[in-house]
Design a protein around this ligand. Structure first.
Ligand code: ADP
Ligand code: ZN
Ligand code: MG
Length: 445
C-alpha cells in the first residue's frame, strides 16, 4: 500500500470522456422504424434504410436534431449556425452500409462546459446493429441483429479535464441527470442507452503538456465498470512507466469477467475513416429564432431547481438535492406543496417523500397529504406550552415572518413546520397555523 501511494504521488492521471446516448425519439435517425429497440425480437424493426440496402435514402429525424441542440445548450455550448452530416467509413458486420452517418468537422454543438469540465463537442450520429456470439450445432457463430441499426445516437466529447475517478463519477451522474431532465433519453446504462468510453493517460507531476498517447477503453455499460476500467488502466500504465516503458496509443476493451482491459487494436486516426460530407442530406442552417424556440423547451435544470427549492420552501441543501434528483420527484413535491387547503409544511412533505420512500406512482400528492395529516396526532399540548413555542418560533425566524407579511404563503408553512418540530410532531398543524397568524397580526399592530 505504501508503495502504491508513493507511485501515485509521482504521477498524475489524465482522463477524457466520450459518452454515447441513444435518444428516445419515436422513430430512428434516418427512417420510420421505431427507435425503441430494447427487448424486441431480433431483426423485427428494420427497413431498407437501416439495413443499408442500395438506393435507400436517409431522411433526418427533426426531433433528434432538436434534442441534440437542447443538450448542447444545456451544456453551455455554442450552436454554430451551420452543421452537416458526414460519412465515417469502416468495416464491421454490424454496420451494413460500410459507413456510419455521423458528424465530423461541423457538429451541432461545440465549446461548452459542464461544471469545470470543458465540453469539446456534441454531435449526432446513428447507432450500429448488434452482434451476438453464439454456438449453433457445436459451431461458434456470430449473429447480427439490426434492430438498433440507425437509432439516433448523441456523442458528447469532453476535453481531457479529469484528474481523478471521483471527478469522472460526479460528471457522469450529473450528465445522466440532466439528460433525463431534458427528457431526451432514459440514459439507462444497463439498457445500453448510455455508454462510456474513457481515455486515460498518465504523466509525471509538474508536466504541463498532455502525454502524447491516450488509451481509449470501449464496452463500458455501468458506472462501476467505468471506475474499474480506469483504475485498472492507471495501475497498468503506471507500472509501465515505472519500468521505463512508454504506453502505446491504443484502443482497449473492458473485460467484465476479469475486471481488466485487453488490447483491441492500435488506435486509428481520423484519416483512416475517409470522412466526407453525406451527399444525400443537405447541410442544416439555423435561424436564431429556431434556436431560441429550442432553447425555450429546456425548462428548469437540476441546479436551478435545487436553488429555488431552498429559497422558496426553506429546505436545506440535503433535502433540496434529493427532491430534485429526478424531475418527476421534484414536480410531485411541488404539486403536494401547492395544494392550497393543506396545512402541511413543505419540510414535512419533503421528509415523507425522502424518508418514507413513498411510491410516487401509486400515491397521489393529495393522498400523501392525508397520510401526513392523519399521522400527526392532535393530543394534549397545553395552551401555555403552545404560546411559548409560538413566541419562540416568531423570534427565531424573523426572515420568514417578514416574508409572510409581504405575501409569501410558503413562509407560513415553514413556520408551521417549525412548530410541529418543536412539539415533536404532537401538535395540530391547523391550530399552530391559526395561532401563528394571530400572533403575527397582533404583533403588527
Ligand atoms: P482524436 O483527435 O485522436 O480523436 P482527441 O484529442 O480528439 O483524440 O480526444 C478524444 C478523447 O480523448 C477526448 O475525450 C479527449 O478528452 C480525450 N483525450 C485526448 N487526449 C488525452 C490524453 N492525453 N489523455 C487522456 N484523454 C485524452
Ligand atoms: Zn428502418
Ligand atoms: Mg462516435
Amino acid at each position: 500500500m505504501a508503495h502504491k501511494m508513493a507511485k501515485n504521488m509521482k504521477y498524475e492521471t489524465i482522463i477524457g470522456l466520450e459518452v454515447h446516448v441513444e435518444l428516445a425519439t419515436k422513430s430512428k435517425m434516418f427512417c420510420g422504424c421505431p427507435a425503441d429497440h430494447f427487448g424486441k425480437a431480433p431483426n423485427t424493426i428494420t427497413c431498407p434504410v437501416c439495413l443499408g440496402l442500395p438506393g435507400a435514402l436517409p431522411v433526418p429525424n427533426k426531433k433528434a436534431v432538436e434534442s441534440t441542440i437542447m443538450l448542447g445548450l444545456a451544456l453551455e455550448c455554442e450552436i454554430p449556425l451551420e452543421s452537416k452530416f458526414d460519412r465515417k467509413h469502416y468495416f464491421y458486420p454490424d454496420l451494413p452500409k460500410g459507413y456510419q452517418i455521423s458528424q465530423y468537422d461541423q457538429p451541432l454543438a461545440i465549446n461548452g462546459s459542464f461544471g469545470n469540465v470543458r465540453i469539446r463537442r456534441v454531435h449526432l450520429e446513428e447507432d450500429t446493429g448488434k452482434l451476438q456470439h453464439a454456438t449453433i450445432e457445436g459451431e461458434a457463430v456470430s449473429l447480427v441483429d439490426f434492430n438498433r441499426s440507425g437509432v439516433p445516437l448523441v456523442e458528447i466529447v469532453t476535453e481531457p479535464d479529469f484528474r481523478t475517478l471521483e471527478e469522472v463519477d460526479v460528471f457522469l451522474k450529473k450528465l445522466q441527470q440532466i439528460i433525463r431532465y431534458l427528457g431526451i433519453s432514459n440514459a439507462d446504462m444497463e439498457k445500453g442507452s448510455m455508454r462510456i468510453e474513457p481515455s486515460v493517460s498518465i504523466r509525471t507531476l509538474k508536466t504541463e503538456e498532455l502525454p502524447l498517447y491516450r488509451v481509449e477503453i470501449k464496452n463500458i455499460n455501468s458506472f462501476k465498470f467505468a471506475r474499474k476500467a480506469i483504475e485498472y488502466e492507471i495501475e497498468r500504465q503506471t507500472e509501465m512507466l515505472e519500468s521505463g516503458e512508454q504506453p502505446k496509443q491504443q484502443t482497449r476493451g473492458f473485460v467484465e469477467s476479469k475486471g481488466n482491459t485487453a488490447a483491441q487494436r492500435d488506435k486509428e486516426e481520423a484519416h483512416d475513416y475517409r470522412y466526407f460530407p453525406e451527399p444525400d442530406i443537405p447541410p442544416m442552417r439555423w435561424k436564431s429564432s429556431q434556436l431560441s424556440a429550442i432553447s425555450r423547451q429546456i425548462g428548469e435544470l437540476p441546479d436551478a431547481k435545487k436553488g429555488r427549492f431552498m429559497k422558496d420552501y426553506y429546505l436545506n441543501d440535503y433535502d433540496a438535492t434529493l427532491l430534485t434528483e429526478a424531475r418527476a420527484r421534484a414536480e410531485y413535491f411541488e404539486k403536494a406543496v401547492s395544494i392550497q387547503s393543506s396545512v402541511v409544511s413543505p419540510k414535512a412533505i419533503a421528509n415523507w417523500i425522502i424518508n418514507k420512500k413513498i411510491d410516487l406512482e401509486k400515491v397521489t400528492p393529495a393522498q400523501l397529504l392525508d397520510q401526513i395529516l392523519q399521522s400527526t396526532q392532535t393530543t394534549s399540548v397545553s395552551d401555555n406550552e403552545l404560546e411559548k413555542i409560538i413566541k419562540q418560533i416568531l423570534s427565531e425566524n424573523e426572515k420568514a415572518v417578514e416574508d409572510y407579511k409581504s405575501g409569501k404563503d410558503q413562509a407560513l408553512m415553514f413556520l408551521v413546520g417549525q412548530g410541529l418540530k418543536s412539539l415533536s410532531q404532537k401538535g395540530n398543524a391547523s391550530i399552530i397555523r391559526e395561532r401563528l397568524i394571530n400572533a403575527i397580526k397582533s404583533s403588527a399592530q
